[in-house]
Design a protein around this ligand. Structure first.
Ligand SMILES: [Zn+2]
Ligand SMILES: [Zn+2]
Length: 286
């Protein structure tokens, strides 16, 4: 489907445009054989609440970021290699409709499209890219995926002890193994989850028990480990508040009007032959 690289010249311009919108906050994206397959806004379930994020689907990676100025400026770029991705459709539930999970070994989260058609389109395009990639590389998709974090507001009390009420002082923590929201004492243990990090990560007591039981089996390379409380939250991604870097900075996001996602490729191949750059710009970003 991405044969002829979706008009390599138009594709190169689109990718340059994406780079431009992320500016210095993003990584270089132009690479031999890389094609921008589609783009659009999806609602990403973040730790505190759902937030609009701009997504770019390439034939080998999925890139997303915060919207600073709609269609002009994005930041907080995240880049996910597609060959590690597994999608799981979600059933509609109340206000959460047209959603699916994007799961990888190191991070998993839910996204929601505006309509069921858009959900189908997104999922089909992503699945197709993953399939093509795995076929080409001969690799197997990862068998283990990171837990999807339970959003903060879905847990007023600790999901482990079912007693601790969360307050400003009794902060919420997330178990990196099961994604539960738990209190400090119920997540005092650390365990190395190799697919997520080399460093020991916060796990709940229940997962800790299960993981240490698993470890008795010889094939498991996982190591239990304790961190002294004083080290907690110092540097690195492991903060005691478990802050998800996606969660701040979404000035422009809330008021966006809905735009349909745009997928390049099929049926578009003749589009660019007589368009010049200014028109092309408009074409992509309209
Ligand atoms: Zn607890
Ligand atoms: Zn757990």
């Amino acid at each position: 489907m991405v044969d002829r690289l979706v008009n390599s010249e138009a594709n190169a311009r689109r990718i340059a445009m994406v780079e431009n919108c992320f500016g210095s906050s993003g990584r270089p994206l132009a690479e031999q054989g890389r094609v921008l397959v589609g783009e659009g806004v999806l609602t990403k379930m973040c730790r505190k609440k759902p937030k609009a994020r701009q997504f770019f689907l390439f034939n080998d990676i999925l890139v997303y970021g915060n919207i600073v100025i709609n269609k002009k400026k994005y930041n907080k770029q995240h880049l996910i290699p597609l060959e590690t991705v597994k999608l799981e459709s979600l059933k509609d539930e109340g206000q959460f409709r047209n959603g699916w999970l994007i799961r990888t070994a190191s991070k998993s989260f839910a996204v929601y499209a505006a309509t069921s058609t858009e959900k189908e389109e997104w999922m089909a395009h992503i699945e197709k890219c993953i399939e093509d990639l795995l076929r080409k590389s001969g690799k197997q998709p990862p068998s283990e995926h990171a837990a999807v974090w339970v959003p903060d507001n879905e847990a007023a009390i600790c999901m482990h002890c079912k007693k601790t009420q969360f307050t400003v002082l009794n902060r919420r923590h997330h178990c990196r193994k099961c994604g539960s929201v738990v209190c400090g004492p119920c997540s005092s243990k650390r365990f190395v989850l190799p697919t997520q990090s080399d460093k020991p990560l916060r796990v709940c007591l229940q997962c800790y028990d299960e993981l240490t039981r698993d470890r008795a089996r010889p094939a498991q390379a996982q190591q239990p480990a304790m961190l002294s409380p004083s080290k907690e939250g110092a540097g690195s991604g492991e903060s005691s508040g478990d802050d998800d870097s996606d969660d701040d900075d979404d000035r422009a996001a809330a008021t966006d009007n809905h735009d349909e996602p745009k997928f390049y490729g099929d049926g578009e191949k003749t589009d660019d032959t007589n368009n010049h750059s200014s028109k092309e710009t408009k074409n992509i970003k309209e």
